[in-house]
Design a protein around this ligand. Sequence first.
Ligand SMILES: [Zn+2]
Length: 88
Amino acid sequence: MLQIKCPCCGPRDHDEFRYAGDASVGRPAHTDADFERWYRYVFVRENPAGAHREYWQHVMGCRQWLIVERNTVNHTILSVNFSRGTPA
Ligand SMILES: [Zn+2]
């Protein structure tokens, strides 16, 4: 079972967390009217084999938003840090 080391609560099973998407994608500015940029933000995602930055929330614990860097090949957790906000 995958374990995530929450900076507040310590190591916990991933069942306590909710995956919330790719943390490497930047949201376009609210005033940006470029259709292609919004299309890519909403629908187009990379599917990397290797390190991937992801938003996770510790919903069954402290409810903190985290940025987890996970190796998608072997599910090794490379780092866990507080997110500066909620996913856009
Ligand atoms: Zn926690």
